[in-house]
Ligand binder design. Structure first.
Ligand SMILES: *[C@@H]1O[C@H](CO)[C@@H](O)[C@H](O)[C@H]1NC(C)=O
Ligand SMILES: *[C@@H]1O[C@H](CO)[C@@H](O)[C@H](O)[C@H]1NC(C)=O
Ligand SMILES: *[C@@H]1O[C@H](CO)[C@@H](O)[C@H](O)[C@H]1NC(C)=O
Length: 781
């Protein structure tokens, strides 16, 4: 009905998110009529369609003087001018006499000029018919009390992209009719609840792009009419429970591009009418049980573009009876959605899960979504085996489960299997059920765990490990000392600490793993009163980490068919050193990369290793020495000089699969005039050891292929685990093949995508918000 207005609004929303506004083009409307008046030189005078902020249509006499380098108002302006466009000029003052001679002036566009104060525009007698004032992209830094009281009819005020850092508490007094306020992209560091007391009619508030780290409690209490609130790009780290209190009419809320680490569940519960919620681009790691529960009006939810998101937990979304569209896309580490993550979503029609690291979508999820019509799963490293039976061609089976009803795949030609090898690159929808195995081995996706995690001494270590398989795998962790940590039994209340048995997995036990769990050991480390906590889904938490707990932690996902493992090296940064030197973290107790002082092994491959160190003051005599270490032989030590000022070195021509010790010699004491005192005192070289990577073997069968019996696979895997535990030197099992697939897939996902905005916060004046209109920002702005 009103395409242009929609376009304008989406532009403005984009501006909030992106920080750059596109000059809006209104010239191409069909109903422009000639307007025979004497028009100011170089301006264009026409009659154009115009919609008021409350959606009333006008045929508006319009004077367009955009982009003319004007420093004063052009004359003569026809007296019945309705819209005056002065965008993109050099105005810093206005002859208000001229404006007051325009009794029907309704829309005044002064954006992209040089106004540094607002008084010269609004002082003097009033502009009683002005509905819309554009002052965006000027140089305003402060709004004094009653800045706009001469504009009693104003419905829409644009102040975005200025330098506003202070706004008087009563700055908006007199704006009783204001419907939309855009103060996004300024320099406001705090939100003053007093501003909003003068705005009883406000429906849309754009506050994004201001460096506000915390919202005040009950800050929006006065905004009883507010329907849409955009808080994108503000640096919000969390939300007070009462931050959104009083927003009884709020339907659309955007937290796009903030620093939230958790879903602000408590605050959201107090906005009962919410229909559209955008949490895209935050630092949320987990969508946890109960995060979205009983939000009975929620229609659309966006959880896209989150680099840290790893898992959607059991009952994360529960009882959302109106939810029709759920978008969880472009989350590069998201590899796990609990089979019971979505409960009582009776109206969910559209489930967008593309461009994540998901290996499968459990059949249970499909069964629990009775209204589902379409699903998008492309650009995921999909496993077309047991977990995908619901998606397979059903023509060869008699048993039509409910999940087999036709759910439309979005982009089916791009929804490809990446596992198992014999189905690779096949379209998921074209694989028949017969080709899929009935059971599957656990796989812990590479993206779910980083290879290294640093934690401060005394801090809390949290490692999330997830594995999907059928039958459901058991998850446990093995500590650097070989201790096996298992979660509390499932019957226990969720999240309880691991209570009793923590058997040590010794090599002999491991071979016959069925018996291993019977060897319970009374180890204080397993005692819940110590500080381990293991959740059934596979999250390991260690409170008050000590340096002795650094080392290689291995997560194991195991079912009757076999197991998968993934290891992460944990470094504990000593507290003392950290306080002193900030960056000079000392990593202790590393089994694999021993790091003293500042020397670090950044990257290890088969034939090279990249070293780096913190000291910038290495002197001309600085050198690096390295030596291959074999248990039974002494090998020559090689040495090389290091250029002064460098902080990294690429050690090449190394042997694969070999331990090396490397030392950085910063020069002798007498030439170290300025060197770091600590280093000089120690006088010792800084050394590190590492092991080069193995030469990749022909791809080992981690997947259950029909030819291999499950026992053979189990044995193979268990042997690998034992090797890992015995030597603690296999940072990753030989799963290079699988990893490579992930990597290439991720690349493919990333390359063609510009930043995608899930634009579902737009909602205005009775016309429905558009269904997540996706826009490629890089091109548009
Ligand atoms: C302002 O608009 C009204 C109603 O459209 C009209 O009657 C009046 O003549 C206009 N005033 C001027 C100065 O053109
Ligand atoms: C386990 O250790 C606790 C104290 O550390 C002790 O009281 C208890 O008797 C031990 N249990 C067994 C089975 O050894
Ligand atoms: C180090 O050297 C190797 C072999 O020359 C090369 O392939 C690798 O890209 C180098 N790495 C860095 C970070 O320079």
């Amino acid at each position: 009905m009103r395409p242009t207005l929609d376009f304008l609004q989406s532009q403005c929303l984009l501006c909030v998110f992106v920080g750059v506004c596109v000059p809006t083009v209104v010239g191409s409307l069909p109903h422009t009529l000639p307007w025979p008046v004497s028009c100011p030189v170089r301006c264009v005078c026409q009659i154009k369609p115009w919609f008021s902020p409350d959606s009333v249509y006008h045929e508006a006499p319009t004077v367009d003087c955009n982009d003319l380098l004007l420093t004063t108002l052009p004359l003569p302006i026809p007296t019945n001018t309705h819209t005056l466009r002065l965008q993109s000029n050099l105005l810093s003052e206005l002859d208000t006499e001229v404006l007051h001679g325009l009794p029907n002036l309704t829309d005044l566009d002064l954006s992209q000029n040089r106004f540094s104060r607002v008084r010269p525009i609004t002082q003097g007698s009033s502009l009683p018919s002005l509905l819309s004032l554009h002052l965006d992209e000027n140089h305003l830094s402060h709004l004094p009390e009653s800045s706009f009281s001469s504009l009693p009819a104003l419905q829409e005020l644009f102040l975005s992209h200025n330098n506003l850092h202070s706004i008087a508490p009563g700055a908006f007094i007199g704006l009783d009719s204001l419907l939309r306020l855009h103060i996004n992209n300024n320099r406001l560091a705090t939100i003053n609840p007093w501003w909003f007391r003068a705005l009883p009619s406000l429906e849309v508030l754009m506050l994004g792009g201001n460096p506000v780290e915390a919202l005040p409690e009950k800050g929006f209490l006065a905004l009883k009419s507010l329907r849409s609130l955009v808080l994108g790009g503000m640096g919000l780290r969390g939300l007070a429970e009462e931050a959104l209190d009083g927003l009884d009419g709020l339907e659309s809320l955007s937290f796009y591009d903030n620093l939230l680490t958790k879903v602000p569940t408590q605050a959201l519960r107090r906005v009962p009418g919410l229909k559209f919620l955008d949490l895209n681009k935050n630092r949320i790691k987990l969508i946890e049980t109960g995060d979205f529960r009983d939000m009975v009006h929620l229609k659309e939810l966006g959880l896209n573009n989150m680099d840290d998101l790893v898992s959607i937990e059991e009952a994360a979304l529960e009882n959302l009876p109106e939810l029709t569209k759920l978008e969880i896309t472009n989350n590069p580490r998201l590899s796990y959605i609990h089979p019971k993550a979505f409960l009582q979503l009776s109206r969910l029609e559209s489930l967008m899960l593309n461009s994540n690291s998901l290996s499968a979508l459990h059949q249970h999820i499909m069964v629990s979504l009775p209204s589902l019509q379409e699903v998008s799963l492309h650009s995921n490293p999909l496993r077309c085996d047991c977990l995908f039976h619901w998606a397979a061609l059903q023509k060869d089976t008699q048993t039509d489960t409910e999940a087999a009803r036709m759910v439309r795949f979005i982009q089916p030609q791009a929804t490809l299997c990446s596992e198992p090898p014999e189905l690779r690159a096949r379209r998921v929808r074209e694989v028949s059920s017969r080709e899929m195995s009935a059971f599957c081995l656990p796989i812990i996706p590479a993206s779910s765990l980083p290879s290294y995690v640093g934690v401060r001494e005394g801090g809390k270590l949290v490692l999330h490990c997830r594995g999907l398989a059928d039958p459901q795998p058991e998850m446990y962790w093995v500590t650097p000392s070989g201790l096996r940590l298992s979660p509390a039994p499932r019957l226990a209340t969720k999240g309880l600490r691991a209570p009793a048995p923590c058997p040590r997995l010794t090599p002999t036990e491991g071979l016959n793993h069925k018996s291993s769990s019977s060897h319970a050991r009374n180890d204080t480390a397993c005692n819940p009163s110590k500080h381990y906590r293991l959740l059934p889904e596979g999250t390991l938490e260690i409170n008050k980490v000590t340096p002795s707990e650094a080392g290689l932690y291995t997560c194991v996902a195991e079912n009757v068919l076999g197991a998968d493992t993934r290891s992460v090296t944990v470094g504990v940064h000593s507290r003392k050193k950290n306080r002193k030197g900030g960056k000079s973290a000392n990593l202790k107790g590393f089994p694999l990369f021993r790091v003293d002082a500042g020397l670090e092994v950044r990257e290890v491959e088969q034939h090279y290793a990249v070293l780096s160190w913190l000291s910038r003051r290495n002197l001309p005599s600085t050198r690096i020495s390295w030596q291959a270490i074999y248990s039974n032989a002494h090998t020559p030590i090689y040495t090389t000089r290091i250029l002064a000022g460098t902080q990294s070195f690429n050690l090449t021509h190394l042997q694969a699969q070999t331990f090396y010790r490397v030392c950085l010699h910063l020069g002798t004491v007498h030439d170290v005039k300025h060197a770091n005192r600590r280093l000089r005192e120690s006088g010792n070289p800084q050394c590190a050891s590492f092991k080069t990577k193995d030469i990749p073997e022909p791809k080992p069968s981690l997947q259950l292929s029909p030819e291999l019996t499950s026992t053979a696979v189990t044995l193979l895997l268990l042997t690998l685990i034992l090797l890992l535990l015995a030597g603690q030197s296999w940072d990753t099992l030989p799963k290079e093949g699988a990893q490579e697939i992930h990597n290439t897939l991720l690349l493919e996902i990333k390359s063609p995508k510009a930043l995608i905005i899930n634009h579902n916060t737009q909602e205005s004046n009775g016309h429905q918000a558009k269904q997540s209109e996706k826009l490629l920002l890089h091109e548009d702005c």
